[in-house]
Design a protein around this ligand. Structure first.
Ligand SMILES: [Zn+2]
Length: 96
């Protein structure tokens, strides 16, 4: 590939969210221009944070669905699913 086929420059654009002007990079590749980033630094950071929150939320929903399916299909009676062995006493008759 020819090294001259990819060049960069900078330009001023208007943020698609807040409307302020900011400098961004333009890639020139095979005669076409690609502006890198249409959001200012602050809006890009906020959008990234929101996207991460949405991903975390979707992952938590998926985990909750899996946990519910495990509980429904594990074969343990629902009244015993919240029990644990914290008060298990091996000295009581019948406990080994
Ligand atoms: Zn902005």
């Amino acid at each position: 590939m020819d090294n001259k086929s990819l060049e960069y420059s900078t330009t001023t654009v208007i943020c698609a969210t807040c409307g302020i002007e900011f400098e961004t990079t333009v890639a020139h590749l095979f005669g076409k221009q690609f502006t890198i980033g249409k959001y200012c630094h602050d809006c890009a950071a906020r959008l990234s944070e929101i996207e991460q929150y949405q991903k975390d939320y979707e992952l938590e929903v998926a985990n909750m669905k899996i946990r519910r399916r495990w509980r429904e299909n594990c074969g343990i009676d629902p009244r015993y699913q919240v029990k644990d062995f914290t008060n298990f006493n091996t000295n009581r008759p019948g406990n080994v």
